[in-house]
Design a binder for this molecule. Structure first.
Ligand code: PRX
Length: 636
């Protein structure tokens, strides 16, 4: 493929969309060629590579066997259990077939859903790949979520089988999963037929008769399994991944097969500059979109070894990730700005203790990358630190510097320019007009069709897909990212935060509505508002302001602290510790407009010591004053 300058590469991706993507489609294997590159007859629904038959597992595993059978595919490192083990492509192929045979034996067929609630262990990767191998649709739920979050997802995805494990581990502590899973199934209307349990020997399993089956036993029974890939249409769903939005009910982002494989293959080249045969290290978790795209599918489709890491960046010490870079000759690394901020607090000597000569660049995404952290990180490792911006919905970057097309400077604070395939627009939120002049704030939007790899729809709810994503820009059918941004004269974008009630805690995307609903379930709580407040380490933290049914419950400071702890426990148990607010404060009323709309933005501004702006609609100013008194004590 001949490379040109980025401007013409980008223009072609928009002006000659079909020609451009037909060329990219050659990066993967097709069992039968597609009839149409992009069917956009029914906007905003885009059907990529329609009529083509392919398989995600074939492209990630089988097709490399001819040339890379003995090369590492999956490198598993757990600093929690002290395990380090590499699987070659041949071994991965074998394990995936065993898992596929087990799923088949448990009744899983093409189109059935399989929910995966697992820690970062190789079996989780086997399960994902086994699902797409047989045309089943996986839905991985982050292991940090608890029973209520899990139950919502079980009911929505209606999985025939759930694959799980006894426990995860974090910072040396066992995090048992099984009781949360049992409780989630108890809370769900939908009941899975089978639960396949991987026993790590960390926590009790308490098997449920007739329902729970043991992975190790079944694996023994399927050691010789040969399960061919099921060829599916390019538009066949490969997975559902739930993500938070404005309502309390998470949305199931539904991804296709062929479009996703092509988009990832292309991104490995043009954005991440990653070559087959090299090692890729993304520190994310398989429960998040970065884990799907850049721990599992992207690197494997690209014929690389991928590191799957269970542990924190600073255990046993802050040198651990860099030791892995050295030992496995990592060329491309991907993490979140929070991890960089965590490392920044450690002795920088750890970052130079190991040989990092193999490393080409460190990519960061998921939350705003502040300039001091970016500069510190780049200096500490002596490598380019490159930001990129995207969402669970898109599956791969919307804004980036495409160094693989044409090397270009990065600008600190900016994730870069519009990525090929995305017709990115900056929109005036009131008029829906396209903003053409530089440095004016607007909503970041994309003119349809979205490029391959992006969500096809919201699982089981086409209407919600159209309503949520394509109807918020006045007078236009355009995809909204729900992020504010500005663009400079060179076409570089800067992200200025969400337009909705989504918050970002340590790179984890959370909906304030979900947290509010959970807190409201505590019997003492009458009403609550949750906002995201700027935090030096985590980017943002959730802070809750609750009105109590009986204010006497928080009469003294000790009472208030006790109740705060109780409420946090409720959130822990229902949603998981990731969603736990940093503080729960008690007030006698919440700031609302006269029509009863909660003024979350004003609360947030006060918490961050900013001017809350226009308060003419505020019903009772004392509500905001109470919050001000709580968060900015007069002595401070
Ligand atoms: O607000 C943006 C922020 O994270 C949101 C998407 O989060 P999630 O669905 O978890 O996907 C993460 C995929 C990397 C976005 O709407 N966000 C993501 N990347 C950046 C970012 N904010 C600023 N800079 C980024 N590079």
């Amino acid at each position: 493929m001949s490379h040109t300058d980025y401007a013409s590469f980008y223009r072609r991706s928009i002006d000659d969309r079909d020609g451009f993507w037909a060329e990219q489609a050659r990066l993967i294997d097709w069992q039968r060629p597609f009839d149409r590159v992009c069917n956009y007859d029914n906007p905003p629904f885009a059907r990529w590579f329609e009529g083509g038959l392919t398989n995600l597992c074939h492209n990630a595993v089988d097709r490399h066997l001819a040339t890379r059978a003995d090369q590492n595919a999956l490198i598993y490192v757990s600093t929690e259990t002290g395990t380090e083990r590499a699987y070659t492509y041949r071994e991965l192929h074998t394990e995936v077939q065993r898992m596929a045979a087990i799923l088949r034996a448990l009744g899983v067929q093409k189109g059935d859903r399989v929910l995966i609630y697992m820690p970062m262990i190789p079996e989780a990767a086997f399960a994902m790949l086994a699902c797409v191998r047989i045309g089943a649709i996986h839905s991985v739920v982050f292991g940090g979520f608890a029973s209520h979050s899990l139950a919502t997802r079980i009911d929505d995805a209606a999985p025939k089988v759930i694959v799980s494990a006894d426990a995860g581990m974090r910072a040396g502590k066992v995090v048992p999963y099984k009781h949360l899973l049992d409780e989630a199934i108890r809370l769900s209307r939908h009941q899975p037929q089978r639960v396949l349990m991987v026993n790590r020997g960390l926590a009790p399993l308490d098997p449920v008769a007739e329902r729970d089956v043991d992975y190790a036993t079944l694996r023994e029974a399927h050691l010789q399994a040969q399960v061919p890939c099921e060829w599916v249409d390019s538009t066949h769903p490969s997975y559902i991944l739930y993500t938070s939005g404005t309502t309390g009910k998470p949305k199931g982002v539904q991804r296709d097969t062929g479009g996703y494989a092509v988009a990832l293959a292309a991104s490995m080249r043009y954005i991440y500059m990653a070559q087959p045969g090299e090692t890729y290290f993304s520190t994310s978790d398989i429960g998040w979109v970065v884990g799907h795209s850049y721990i599992i599918y992207g690197p494997l489709i690209n014929g690389m070894a991928t590191i799957m890491y269970e542990g924190t960046p600073i255990r046993p010490d802050a040198g651990i990730w860099w030791r892995l870079v050295q030992d496995y000759r990592v060329t491309v690394m991907f993490t979140a700005p929070t991890a960089a901020r965590v490392l920044k607090k450690q002795d920088p000597a750890y970052l130079t203790k190991y040989d990092l000569s193999s490393l080409r660049a460190l990519f960061l995404a998921g939350e705003p990358l502040d300039e001091p952290t970016a500069t510190w990180m780049a200096q500490a490792i002596g490598k380019p630190v490159i930001d990129n911006y995207w969402q669970t919905e898109t599956g791969w970057p919307i804004l980036a510097v495409c160094n693989g097309v044409e090397p270009a400077p990065t600008k600190f604070g900016s994730p870069g320019k519009a990525v090929y395939g995305y017709d990115v627009r900056l929109i005036d939120e009131n008029t829906g007009e396209k903003i053409t002049e530089p440095n004016r704030k607007g909503v970041i939007a994309v003119q349809g069709p979205l490029p391959p790899g992006c969500l096809q729809t919201v699982w089981g709810d086409d209407e919600r897909y159209v309503k949520t994503y394509w109807s918020s820009i006045p007078g236009r059918q355009m995809y909204s990212t729900f992020d504010w941004g500005v663009r400079d004269a060179d076409g570089y974008y800067y992200i200025l935060g969400r337009t909705d009630d989504v918050i970002n805690v340590a790179g984890h995307r959370l909906g304030t509505r979900e947290i509010e609903e959970s807190i409201s379930s505590h019997p003492a709580v009458a009403e609550v508002a949750v906002v995201g407040v700027a935090d030096a380490l985590k980017g943002q933290v959730a802070v809750a302001f609750a009105v109590l049914k009986d204010p006497a419950r928080a009469a003294t400071e000790a009472d208030a602290l006790k109740l705060e702890g109780e409420i946090m426990k409720v959130v822990d148990e229902q949603l998981g510790a990731v969603a736990r607010p940093a503080r729960v404060r008690f007030v006698s009323l919440l700031p609302k407009t006269r029509s009863g709309k909660l003024l979350r933005r004003a609360i947030q501004a006060v918490c961050e010591g900013r001017d809350p702006g226009d308060l003419t609609t505020l019903d009772d100013p004392s509500a905001l004053q109470q919050i001000r008194d709580l968060v900015q004590p007069p002595s401070a």
